[in-house]
Design a protein around this ligand. Structure first.
Ligand code: ZN
Length: 254
């Protein structure tokens, strides 16, 4: 959605890609420095952070620039878990980097979104890959894109449980987000299927996250249990990937 005039905190810098790149690099650097610093501190057990998970910047996996970046005011009250379904699970960092690029290609080039839809990706290598990052409006869960952190666990987790290092990395990322103030300490953890008609994040992974702290069982797609406050209308917003330009095969894509 290149042209926006109403978004209060939107940053749209199509003509100045270098500025955008600079801002992104600074943002990612700050994130990584904070994370590193945090991981070097004695691990606060209350945060449940385990050492070992590493946060990789966009440049590390060869991300293209986003077309534009729109921020929302944090901290995010929701964390939404996805599986990628495709790409399939990756277990080496090289493969996971390629998976991130493939997802960005699909979202940005085929679907025409600003960027990869998710805030972060988690690889089977136990690494955390920066997608849009914290406090950036995503394209992964309609109505929640401007109030959530969207985390995709790369792979198809309908019947298999992701490896432990992957689950640990996701938990570490959430704890880090809370610690740094990007995620509300009283956040609600949801699976994608709770806010949209989809199989995502896969039955087995959904079963797993339903045992995690902050999982919120009261939100279900198509029920009136909880209707999120109407988000500001986002005209022609790619942040809400509802209209599909062409019918896709019946697969739980995201
Ligand atoms: Zn999803």
């Amino acid at each position: 959605m290149g042209d926006k005039t109403s978004g209060s905190t939107a940053i749209s810098v199509a003509p100045q890609a270098s500025e955008l790149q600079k801002e992104f690099e600074e943002q990612q650097l700050a994130t990584i420095c904070g994370y590193t610093q945090h991981m070097q501190q004695p691990q606060p057990s209350s945060l449940g952070v385990e050492g070992g998970a590493r946060l990789l910047a966009r440049a590390d996996w060869g991300a293209r620039l986003p077309k534009s970046v729109e921020h929302f005011e944090g901290p995010a009250p929701y964390v939404i878990i996805h599986h990628s379904y495709m790409p399939a699970a990756c277990f080496s960092t090289a493969d996971c980097m390629k998976s991130m690029r493939d997802m960005q290609d699909f979202h940005q080039l085929e679907r025409g979104w600003n960027d990869i839809g998710y805030s972060f990706g988690i690889g089977g290598d136990g690494m955390i890959y920066t997608g849009r990052g914290f406090n950036v409006i995503g394209a992964h869960a309609p109505k929640y894109n401007d109030k959530s952190v969207g985390i995709v666990l790369i792979g198809d987790w309908r019947t298999e449980l992701p490896p432990k290092q992957m689950l640990d990395a996701a938990k570490s990322l959430i704890a880090f987000g809370v610690f740094k103030g990007y995620i509300d300490p009283a956040y609600k953890l949801l699976g994608h299927k709770q806010v949209r008609d989809t199989e995502c994040p896969g039955g087995r992974l959904f079963q797993e996250i339903s045992t995690w702290p902050h999982f919120n069982n009261s939100i279900r797609f198509n029920t009136t249990t909880e209707q999120p406050a109407q988000v500001q209308p986002q005209p022609q917003s790619q942040s809400q990937p509802q209209p599909q330009p062409k019918p896709l095969p019946v697969v739980p894509r995201v």
